[in-house]
Design a protein around this ligand. Structure first.
Ligand code: SAH
Length: 633
């Protein structure tokens, strides 16, 4: 299964006739979905045994009820009316209902029917449409306004939802009402990429949000008291709770201790990033139970690392017992300072809590991190976008771009794929010279838990960003797993250029970049000599720039030593882009054509020829009319 569909799994697909099966087939192949059919005969001759097909008995309505609870998404190829009737009795709450997507039986349209935001149906619809080359039908107002869904805003950053009148708030936004935003914690990246015409008023003072009669998005480590106007609360997970406790303190005492401290300080339990303590407590049963109950990570530190942390309330007694003067405060501070070395702050110094009639005692301190804990495994998708035109990008690469939280690339390439971007995505377009910064930025965001698509023109792994990102990952001592890396191939410039002039690459060929920015010129010259002599067809990348004009002339001279002046040469500029220019010429005359950094130069071998305006390299050295040794195929 492609990792693109991972977040929608398990997916159930439903078809009731062979036409529907045929339409769903490419989607089934890529998504790993299970196809449910009423009769095994309808898939005969259409799907192969590698796909998961299951037959249901009895009515689809009853069968759907059994699938509903344990599937994340449903994809129907059925009339929308039928689907509406089928799912109506099962719909419960949009925070928990699965995504429902419907394909029409001509395969032209994919409709996001239900669960557009929170269940991800809009996203799934976009992906299915890309897979089937169909049109996505998204009817939510946020799509029209090019805004992120307010009820999914914090998902990329792992924020947890607090109270929210999400439907009313979304309606207010759809009606273009003014919406206050109070953000006291968490990433503000989402703010940087809004359309010009957004309804948000930022920097509203927290106190004003408590009283104002205006719809409000509250993004904070704190809770917001009840108020009249609709509000949506998101809690970035910035709070690390440092805990020290007596052996055997029950989970209930630890949990109520935490709740009490949070209430006293108006802090949101949903903003807890995790629990921090000393390694001696790594097996403390009550603590482990609390972590499990609230789905929190437990970070444990040695006494040696804890004793070096400056804390407001050190204790000599604790130092004598466990070898560090502070457990709760020091652990909270250490946990809240992840690798980036940001500063963090102890916002609640240690308090000791006991529950009446219960054994044990717990010490609690809270530190606030600058960057929220996302609880997500980041992904780095290294994506080749082909030479330029959207229809020359693979559906998988399109899916990766549409699905990523962040798209990073050189600004020209970001412009080329702009139609594939979706509302709410974080787009970082950087100048062409800043490749290493682009790679570092992508790695930092992925290490933090985001899904980042790094785009290169052509193929990402051919003079592209893939190599650079992997090199940088190595300098970070990457373990090969986290963040997950996936490379999406693209049509490279030499293929694209070749396709426009005929079949020049029909026999052995190679690519040489003439850029000596990263490779010493003598090495390049030596390679040119070797391949010219060995009669390879050659594609020259980076042939000439404003400051680098000599190299292409030297290359020409080297080839002239080994090949006829009449050898065909194609000079192909901006292929598959609006300003495409193609010149078919010869080795002797090639420098008379304009050549620049947007050009690929293809030089034929000794057998290459032109015919009726086409460039062709025969498949072998047998010459025209000679019979090949084996049958032609
Ligand atoms: N990763 C890219 C190559 C990047 S190096 C790929 O696989 O295609 C940049 C060089 O690629 C340019 O100097 C030019 O030689 C070539 N190139 C990239 N896009 C091109 C296009 N649309 N038309 C012609 N040449 C192109």
């Amino acid at each position: 299964m492609s990792s693109l569909f991972q977040s929608f799994a398990p997916i159930a697909a439903i078809a009731t006739n062979p036409t529907a099966v045929r339409i769903l087939q490419p989607f089934l192949q890529q998504s790993g979905a299970t196809l449910w059919v009423p009769d095994a005969a309808i898939v005969d001759g259409i799907v192969d045994s590698s796909l998961a097909v299951q037959v249901y008995a009895g009515s689809l309505k009853e069968h759907l009820a059994t699938l509903w609870e344990n599937h994340t998404s449903f994809v129907f190829c059925l009339a929308t009316g039928a689907v509406v009737r089928l799912i109506a009795p099962l719909l419960n709450n949009k925070a928990t209902d699965p995504a429902v997507v419907v394909l029409d039986e001509t395969g032209k349209f994919v409709v996001s029917l239900c669960g557009g935001h929170q269940a991800g149906a809009d996203q799934l619809t976009r992906l299915v449409a890309l897979t089937l080359e169909a049109t996505p039908v998204l009817t939510g107002a946020a799509n029209r306004a090019n805004l992120p869904g307010i009820d999914v805003l914090g998902e990329p950053f792992g924020w947890r939802k607090g109270n929210g009148d999400w439907t009313q708030l979304s309606a207010a936004i759809a009606q273009q009402q003014l919406v206050h935003v109070v953000q006291t914690a968490g990433s503000t990246l989402w703010q940087a990429h809004l359309p010009a015409e957004h309804p948000f008023l930022f920097n509203t003072a927290p106190a004003m949000a408590e009283t104002a009669n205006t719809p409000t998005v509250w993004i904070s480590e704190k809770v917001l008291s009840d108020r009249a106007a609709p509000v949506g609360c998101w809690h970035p997970r910035v709070l690390w709770v440092g805990i020290g406790c007596e052996r055997g303190t029950p989970a209930s005492v630890i949990a109520s201790g935490i709740q009490t401290v949070f209430q006293q300080h108006q802090l949101a339990m949903a903003a807890i990033a995790g629990i921090a303590t000393i390694d001696l407590k790594a097996d403390e049963v009550g603590l482990l139970e609390v972590c499990q109950q609230y789905n929190l990570p437990l970070r444990c530190f040695t006494a040696e690392s804890l004793q070096n942390v400056a804390v407001p309330t050190p204790s000599a007694i604790v130092a004598a017992e466990v070898g560090t003067p502070s457990v709760a405060e020091a652990a909270a501070l250490l946990a809240s300072q992840p690798p980036a070395n940001e500063t963090s702050q102890l916002i609640v110094p240690k308090t000791i809590f006991r529950a009446e009639g219960q054994p044990g005692a717990v010490t609690i301190a809270i530190a606030q991190a600058q960057q929220e804990y996302t609880d997500r495994t980041g992904k780095l998708w290294l994506v080749g976008i082909g030479p330029g035109a959207l229809d020359q990008i693979t559906p998988a690469a399109k899916g990766a771009i549409a699905q990523a939280d962040v798209v990073i690339g050189y600004s020209l390439y970001v412009d080329l794929i702009r139609p594939l971007l979706r509302p709410g995505q974080i787009i970082e377009a950087l100048p062409i010279t800043q490749e290493r910064q682009r790679a570092e930025r992508a790695i930092a965001l992925a290490n933090w838990g985001l899904t980042v698509a790094v785009i290169s023109s052509g193929d990402c792994g051919i003079y592209g960003m893939a190599g650079l990102v992997l090199e940088q990952l190595q300098t970070h001592e990457w373990d090969g797993q986290t963040p997950e890396v996936q490379v999406f191939p693209g049509i490279t410039a030499l293929q694209a250029a070749a396709s426009r002039v005929g079949a020049p690459l029909m026999h052995d060929f190679c690519a040489i970049s003439l850029s000596d920015l990263l490779t010493p010129w003598p090495v390049i010259e030596q390679r040119l000599q070797a391949v010219a002599q060995a009669d390879f067809v050659v594609a020259l990348y980076n042939p000439k720039s404003q400051n680098r004009t000599e190299q292409i002339a030297i290359a020409q001279q080297i080839f002239l030593q080994h090949r006829s002046p009449n050898t065909p040469v194609a000079i192909v500029r901006s292929v598959y882009r609006p300003d495409q220019a193609i010149n078919l010429t010869t080795l002797a005359e090639m420098l008379q054509q304009p050549i620049d950094m947007l050009t690929t130069v293809l030089i034929g071998n000794q057998s290459s020829r032109t015919y009726a305006g086409w460039f062709l390299t025969p498949r072998g050295y047998l010459g025209f009319g000679d019979r090949p040794k084996t049958s032609a195929n």
